[in-house]
Each structure stands twice: as C-alpha cells, then as structure tokens.
Design a binder for this molecule. Structure first.
Ligand SMILES: [Fe+2]
Ligand SMILES: [Fe+2]
Length: 179
C-alpha cells in the first residue's frame, strides 16, 4: 500500500536530523545518556580490566562534560536567568564529582575502586536529575532568552577541542576579559 507523503511541517523541529548540529540541551543530554550507559556496563562487568577501561571512559567524558558546562553553558545560564541558587548548586556538585574522579584516576587497583565508581554514579545521577527535571536548570534555560542553538555550536566545538587535546582538560579557558 502506498504511503501518503506527509506535508512539510512548518517551522524547525527541535529534534535535529542526522548530522545536524544539536542545540545545547540536546548535546548535554546526549552526554548524560552516554555516561549512564557506561555506568550500567560498569555495574554488570566482572572483569577488572574491563572495569578499569569503563571507569577511564566515564572519568574522561565527565571531565570534558563538566568543563564545557562550566565554561560555556553555566555562565550563559546565569547571565540569562540570574538564578544564582541553581547555578551555584550545580557548580558545587561538579566540584564534588571532580574530587572523586581525581581519586578514581589516582587509585585504579585498590579495594575502594568499585565503591568510588559506584558513589560517583550516584552523585552524577543526582546531578543529572537536577539539570533535567521539569523545573530544573535545563527547563529554566529553555524558558529563558538563551540562544541554545548558538550555545550548542560552541559546546560542540569546545568538546571536540578537549577530546582532541587532553592536555586542555582541567585548564579552564578564560572566556571573558575583565571589564
Ligand atoms: Fe550535565
Ligand atoms: Fe552539570
């Protein structure tokens, strides 16, 4: 049976087609889903080599993700919404996660390794919920004047740069010259 072709929808869809740039929130959510998947695999893994590989992937991805949020998305959020409580809590949660990540990276074979990764998973689960819940940071960003398409482009560019040159990870870029 021949299918009737749908009429072209007016306006742009929020969901990009393959290859189209993601807006800021779609990009950050995709990072969240990737890390959740790896945490799930870590939980099921029995082989210590596999666990170490997954933990490394998770830590690297989280370091890049937190850095692009802190350099680009969070300042834009604060400027647009002036919501200091949401912004500051997110930054404090990042700092806690980063300390634990440093611990995981420094001690990959001691008896606390699994416990550290499990606690990191719980911390990130909580933090992602704060960002994605209905009245959370991303919802507030959507309601604001933030240019999410432009920010998505900036986030992707910085993410690619950090992934290509690991030495830049952890070294914050000065975005704004002092006024
Ligand atoms: Fe995030
Ligand atoms: Fe975050």
């Amino acid at each position: 049976m021949a299918r009737t072709k749908q009429t072209t929808r007016k306006g742009s869809s929020r969901r990009p087609t393959n290859g189209a740039p993601k807006d800021a929130i779609a990009l950050l959510k995709a990072d969240h889903r990737q890390v959740e998947e790896w945490f799930g695999e870590f939980e099921k893994a029995r082989d210590s080599k596999r666990k170490a590989t997954l933990a490394k992937q998770i830590c690297n991805a989280l370091k890049v993700h937190t850095q692009i949020e802190e350099e680009i998305f969070y300042p834009a959020f604060l400027e647009a919404t002036e919501d200091e409580d949401t912004h500051h809590e997110a930054e404090v949660e990042h700092n806690g996660a980063k300390r634990l990540i440093a611990d995981i990276e420094a001690n990959t074979s001691d008896e606390y390794f699994d416990a550290r990764v499990t606690v990191l998973s719980e911390m990130i689960k909580h933090h992602v919920k704060e960002e994605e819940q209905p009245d959370g940071m991303f919802a507030k960003a959507r309601k604001s004047e933030m240019d999410l398409a432009e920010l998505g482009t900036q986030l992707q560019a910085r993410k690619s740069e950090l992934e290509a040159d690991g030495s830049l990870v952890g070294k914050a870029r000065r975005l704004f010259a002092a006024a």
